[in-house]
Design a binder for this molecule. Structure first.
Ligand SMILES: [Zn+2]
Length: 122
């Protein structure tokens, strides 16, 4: 049986998760303004679970760089392609992305559980 105190606790948890998500998404947006982006890549194999059931391989971090008039996207995963200061940003962005996914999953789990409860009420 779910008591009122549990519901209040859940409500606090939802609020905290939403605040966390907002903060992380803002930070990710700020980094993308600086030219850093996250990508997931599909390998195309029909048997690949990551691609067929998930969003693909990654997260891979790219940085937009200017070469004369050309603007290109450089994959920061290869050691030769990144400078030491970019490594920190890359690791940070990967961490943010992971935390966003975790918070979203937690919220979705709560939503599904609440929906089941509501359905039980009828
Ligand atoms: Zn794949």
């Amino acid at each position: 049986m779910v008591g009122m105190e549990e519901l209040r606790e859940l409500s606090r948890l939802i609020k905290k998760l939403k605040e966390k998500l907002n903060r992380l998404r803002k930070e990710k947006k700020e980094l993308s303004r600086q030219g850093f982006t996250i990508r997931y890549v599909k390998c195309g194999k029909e048997t690949c679970k990551k691609c067929t059931q998930g969003e693909g391989h990654g997260p891979y971090v790219y940085k937009t760089v200017r070469e004369g008039k050309k603007v290109k996207s450089v994959y920061l995963g290869k050691p030769k392609d990144f400078e030491e200061k970019d490594r920190e940003v890359m690791e940070h962005l990967k961490k943010i992305d992971k935390e966003i996914h975790q918070a979203e999953e937690q919220l979705n789990h709560i939503k599904r559980t609440l929906n089941r409860l509501i359905n039980d009420i009828g």
